[in-house]
Design a protein around this ligand. Structure first.
Ligand SMILES: [Zn+2]
Length: 328
């Protein structure tokens, strides 16, 4: 597995049981699963070709990793299509069933893959509940079993993912004995100040205290940069025109998925957020499903107040009216 570039040991891309593209949504999280069995990549391929399910990656008990759905497409893994559109799904083979347990090679490779995905897509340091979740966070299931909150391997998995992220982000060599290293815990997201500022502007960290908590020790430097960008300061020469970039994105100039992300660099999140808004305004591409958005608003997916307003853009009034109807 080439973790720097997310090239798997083997690619066995499914012919069906996934959705092309991501409906314009950016990847913002990783969702982990267990096989409830011990499958190889080839075994997963056979199962998912015959059942309406899929995931982007399978991690075998020996640590071998296969890609079955391209990251730029939507895999059917967590029982919630909106979340599927925004997530990378990673499956892990079990090496025992009573109780469920995964091998250390599987745990290490899976955690390394989580770190690599977080790094590649600019999601920040892996943190449970922020950019790393289990299947059971989105559907009634015991999956990911030993890796779920309270599971016997949960803490080790998350700590290992963070160690891999730190070693990758710092350009250092791999941790020689990840399990025995004390977990350094700077509870702040990784990435450049510019990158974090753009993510703030795109709404990822909410507002006020929520933003402060999410950015931790990096709050001041990032917020300063946000203020600069929003006031036009230091952007005078060649200031990025997000609207213009969003329209060029919609016209296909920057391609999709990883290609679009590479082309837009630090501006990706801000531009993609604007693209999503523009798509919502058009009401085209299948039309916005107000009922679905209302249910997701009630489930907390879009936060409250200004955060919800920003997330829903031009659809806010319609969705909020439906939310009020549903709750009355
Ligand atoms: Zn699952």
């Amino acid at each position: 597995m080439d973790f720097e570039n997310l090239n798997a040991d083997v690619n066995m891309i499914l012919t069906q049981h996934y959705t092309q593209g991501r409906g314009g949504h950016a990847i913002d999280k990783v969702v982990i699963h267990h096989n409830a069995g011990s499958l190889t990549v080839e075994g997963c391929y056979r199962v998912w070709e015959s059942r309406e399910a899929s995931a982007h990656y399978q991690v075998q008990s020996d640590g071998r990793i296969g890609q079955l759905v391209w990251d730029s497409d939507t895999a059917w893994h967590c029982g919630n299509f909106g979340q599927n559109q925004r997530s990378i799904g990673i499956e892990h083979a079990d090496d025992s069933s009573d109780p469920w347990h995964i091998s250390d090679a599987c745990l290490d490779a899976g955690a390394h893959l989580v770190a690599a995905v977080c790094r590649y897509y600019g999601l920040g340091r892996p943190e449970w509940g922020r950019n790393l979740f289990g299947h059971s966070d989105f559907a009634p299931t015991e999956c990911p079993a030993s890796l779920a909150v309270g599971g016997s391997q949960h803490d080790e998995y998350v700590a290992r993912a963070q160690q891999w992220y730190d070693s990758m982000a710092g350009g250092a060599s791999a941790p020689s004995a990840p399990a025995s290293q004390p977990a350094a815990q700077p509870s702040a997201p990784g990435g450049s100040v510019d990158e974090l500022a753009q993510r703030v502007i795109s709404g990822e960290f909410g507002t006020g205290d929520e933003r402060r908590a999410a950015l931790g020790s990096r709050y001041d430097e990032v917020q300063d940069r946000v203020n600069e960008i929003l006031s036009g300061g230091s952007q005078a020469s060649g200031a990025p025109d997000i609207d213009d970039l969003a329209r060029r994105t919609l016209s296909g100039e920057f391609g999709n998925g990883a290609q679009r992300r590479a082309a837009l660099g630090d501006l990706y999140d801000a531009v993609q957020a604007r693209v999503n808004e523009l798509c919502g305004q058009g009401g085209s591409s299948g039309g916005a499903d107000i009922d679905d958005l209302a249910r997701r608003a009630i489930s907390g997916e879009f936060g409250n107040g200004d955060q919800r307003r920003a997330a829903l853009g031009s659809l806010y009034d319609a969705v909020q009216a439906r939310v009020n109807e549903m709750l009355s």
